[in-house]
Design a protein around this ligand. Structure first.
Ligand code: G6P
Length: 482
């Protein structure tokens, strides 16, 4: 099998460079080790996309990275437009923030069709294509239009929301119908699978039986594959990071003060405003904690040209200034707010320094920061994870202190509890979480998905099927799609 992984964002970064988002961080080690080709956006656009020069391929561990320029005329409508102003708010259950136009949708479809054509360069008889995330919901259908009969898998890193919410995207039916061209659709949690199955039932009258749905497009398996991290290597990296200059400087600056840490892209799904309000509340409720604990919030700017993100950046800047102004002292800053990204290696050291990890998104597919925080801890004296119930990670990390991120008082009380938790309880909770993380590593996720994809494909299409025979089989497999 020759594996081609496709995502909008890719990571070129090594451990000492910042990385954007959980998807890139998760895929980097598996591409490096598995020898896959990872195809994604170069971040550049071009209006003269020449057949030979718009993709550059470079080695990445045992695998390769293929960076592709995208069409200038459609990039904005695709990325800032449909993907991040219609789909992202919808999948994070913020239909109020959906901004959509027919032009943006057209651009999204054009870019998906363009990427499908570009992928033909990597198409062999033995190729398996694995498409990542909401940027490319219809990419599989575009590949099928090009007579690709190879295994096609799709994994959604975000949640799949309730039917009423996704129905807020005017093109939801076309998109879900296109998704059924994949042999396997993977979600982060069982709840996402259930939401998807309910959608299929209500909108198309299709039943998902034992994780299998039959439609006009063929047979598709639907299953949950909770994404993980490389636990042992993250733990080792965090341990080594204590000697990193930024980590040493952080430790020195604390002078006995305790630290809570949050690390997020500035995104409305991350619950940052509520988190800072919870710290505000904490210092009101427990004034004795002033000078004895602060929050280090690393808030990496993200998608800044989209209005909702610009507003959030402004709101957070005001809020942090206000909280620091009211509670701060000449020698103490309650919220250390940093608007830049750090490498995984440095973050590992920061996590290990912090007694409390605060991961409180309003909605999150998984949230790998939660898993990294746990992996980074010192086993003899581990910190406490305060985790939102609405992050996919809460399904596995049940011994974190789970919170409702809308309940500001509740979060403040839980953070106070985390700060006073005795060592035996911290260890007991941490060990249980580590057991979960070791059982569900990124390598397991990768192997499970690829195996399930091969099986799903083999079960639906004989290996030597020609393209046209596959098409007629798909059509003959029934007009289940209304
Ligand atoms: C989330 C998405 C990823 C995305 C990342 C960073 O993790 O699921 O697909 O790459 O955010 O967002 P960006 O828009 O900067 O790629």
């Amino acid at each position: 099998m020759d594996l081609v992984v496709v995502s909008n964002r890719v990571a070129r970064a090594k451990a000492n460079e910042p990385m954007t988002g959980g998807l890139a961080a998760a895929l980097l080690p598996i591409v490096e080790k598995s020898g896959a080709i990872w195809v994604g956006s170069s971040g550049k656009v071009s209006s003269t996309l020449n057949k030979d020069s718009f993709i550059e391929v470079e080695p990445l561990g045992k695998g390769a990275l293929a960076l592709m320029d995208l069409p200038a005329a459609h990039y904005g409508g695709y990325y800032e437009g449909f993907a991040n102003s219609a789909l992202w708010p919808a999948v994070h259950s913020r239909p109020d923030l959906i901004r959509v136009s027919q032009g943006d949708y057209q651009s999204y479809r054009e870019v998906n069709a363009f990427v499908a054509r570009a992928l033909m360069r990597f198409h062999k008889l033995t190729t398996t294509f694995w498409v990542q995330d909401y940027h490319f919901l219809p990419l599989g259908a575009e590949l099928r239009k090009l007579d690709v009969t190879n295994p096609l898998g799709f994994f959604l890193h975000t949640p799949w929301p309730a039917r009423m919410v996704i129905a807020g995207v005017p093109h939801h039916r076309e998109l879900v119908e296109a998704m059924l061209s994949y042999d396997l659709i993977g979600f982060q949690t069982e709840e996402d699978c259930e939401n998807f199955a309910r959608y299929l039932k209500m909108d198309f009258g299709l039943e998902v039986n034992d994780g299998v749905v039959m439609s006009r497009a063929g047979i598709t398996r639907v299953a949950a594959f909770p994404i993980g991290i490389d636990v042992e290597s993250f733990a080792a990296m965090a341990q080594r990071a204590v000697t990193n200059p930024s980590v040493s400087r952080l430790r020195k600056s604390l002078g006995g003060e305790r630290l809570a840490i949050g690390v997020d892209r500035v995104d409305y799904s991350k619950g940052l405003v509520n988190r800072i309000s919870a710290f505000d509340r904490l210092f009101e409720m427990e004034p004795s904690l002033k000078r004895s604990v602060s929050l280090l919030q690393i808030a990496t700017p993200s998608r800044g040209s989209i209005e909702a993100y610009g507003h959030l950046q402004d709101e957070l800047a005001k809020q942090v200034t206000d909280v620091n102004g009211r509670h701060g002292e000449v020698d103490w800053t309650p919220i250390r707010y940093i608007s830049k990204g750090y490498s995984q290696a440095v973050l590992g050291g920061f996590y290990r320094t912090a007694q409390v990890g605060v991961v409180t998104p309003l909605q999150d597919g998984m949230n790998l920061v939660a898993k990294e925080y746990v992996a980074a801890q010192n086993p003899a004296d581990p910190g406490v994870l305060v985790l939102s119930k609405f992050a996919g990670a809460a399904n596995e990390l049940e011994t974190a202190l789970l919170v409702n991120p809308h309940d500001i008082d509740g979060m403040a009380r839980t953070i106070a509890m985390a700060l006073t938790m005795p060592v035996p309880e911290r260890r007991m909770r941490w060990e249980k979480m580590m057991t979960k993380l070791r059982a569900g590593t990124i390598h397991r996720w990768f192997a499970d998905f690829v195996e399930a994809l091969e099986e799903a494909h083999a079960a639906t299409r004989p290996p030597d099927l020609t393209a046209s025979a596959a098409r007629s089989l798909r059509t003959a497999s029934g007009a289940f799609l209304h």
